[in-house]
Design a protein around this ligand. Structure first.
Ligand code: ZN
Length: 317
């Protein structure tokens, strides 16, 4: 059987056999071949679907507060035999309650051929981008808004953009951009283009904000000034989509003090991570992480030192 046939038949089998997990061959926004991988699960009376954008290798030199030897040991402890951690990039679709909401939209063409699958993922499994009513951006980094910046323009003609006012203000500030390292200035340009792509359909909010329909935008600052999570509460069930609280799970669950070079404020990012870990571990709150291995859904548990992560059970049937 040719690989392509195998992929197609696998996709059919996956679609038919397991309602929770769907796989299909697709082309990314830059035309590279890839896989659309989606997993749906209920949260109360809503359906949440994790959409894989692909993965990004993150090596020890991207992290701060850990030696290369310690990094290698933690990856080996997690049974990962690579020099760099294959960090997943996920987005989350929320359906029900009379609207369709997408939380982040992946990298688009911004970050190379191992990524860029969120839009193909949506359409492969039957969601027309025109159906998206609101796009909530946890923050405006390229791996969260890059999907808006393809050659075809904003793929969501009917969606509004919801994000923190502090996030838009930071990336719109010329003096901050001018003072940023050369390699980071493109982030400012992409963030501005993403916001501009929505014209007058941008809703900026300040601090913790009830977005209606069971959704609350929760400020989780540090990684960026307006970085936020999305809390979904429905029919007694809940899920915290926490954005970038974690970038390298095998390192930052046991060592929450380890930060990443992309953090705008490293101390605040580490403090926010510590606070969120404590909250979700204490409350047994289910989380979804943009950079936790697909589908990135599970629970944080406090260990003897640091924390652990337990994936949510697979929803058979
Ligand atoms: Zn990110």
């Amino acid at each position: 059987m040719k690989r392509r046939d195998f992929l197609t038949s696998s996709a059919l089998a996956a679609t038919a056999g397991l309602a929770g997990l769907r796989v299909a061959p697709v082309l990314a926004q830059d035309g590279a071949a890839g896989l659309a991988v989606a997993r749906s699960f209920p949260v109360g009376d809503r359906t949440v679907t994790a959409l894989s954008d692909g993965f990004l290798p993150i090596a020890a030199d991207a992290l701060i507060g850990i030696t290369p030897e310690e990094f290698a040991t933690l990856l080996a402890d997690a049974h990962i035999s690579a020099d760099a951690h294959p960090t997943g990039v996920n987005a989350y679709l929320i359906e029900g309650g009379g609207e369709t909401v997408l939380v982040d939209v992946g990298t688009g063409t911004a970050m190379g051929p191992s990524l860029g699958h969120v839009l193909a993922n949506l359409t492969a499994f039957g969601t027309d981008p025109a159906e998206i009513d609101r796009l909530v951006a946890t923050h405006l980094h390229p791996d969260h808004i890059g999907g808006l910046l393809g050659d075809g323009g904003n793929p969501f003609p009917n969606a509004g953009l919801v994000t923190q006012r502090a996030e838009v203000a930071f990336w719109s500030d010329d003096s901050i951009r001018d003072g940023a390292p050369e390699g980071v200035r493109g982030f400012f340009d992409m963030a501005r283009a993403a916001v501009a792509a929505f014209g007058d359909r941008v809703e900026t909010v300040d601090g913790e904000t009830d977005l209606g329909n069971g959704l609350t935008l929760m400020p989780l600052p540090g990684h960026t000034p307006g970085h936020s999570g999305v809390m979904l509460e429905s029919a007694g069930d809940s899920l915290l989509i926490w954005g970038d609280i974690v970038h390298v799970g095998p390192v930052q669950f046991p060592r929450p003090e380890v930060t990443i070079g992309f953090d705008t404020d490293k101390e605040m990012a580490a403090a926010t991570r510590a606070k969120v870990f404590d909250m979700v571990a204490t409350d047994g709150l289910r989380i979804a992480g943009m950079h936790i291995g697909f589908p990135g859904i599970g629970y944080v548990e406090k260990g003897h030192s640091g924390y652990g992560f337990t994936p949510a059970p697979f929803p058979y049937g």
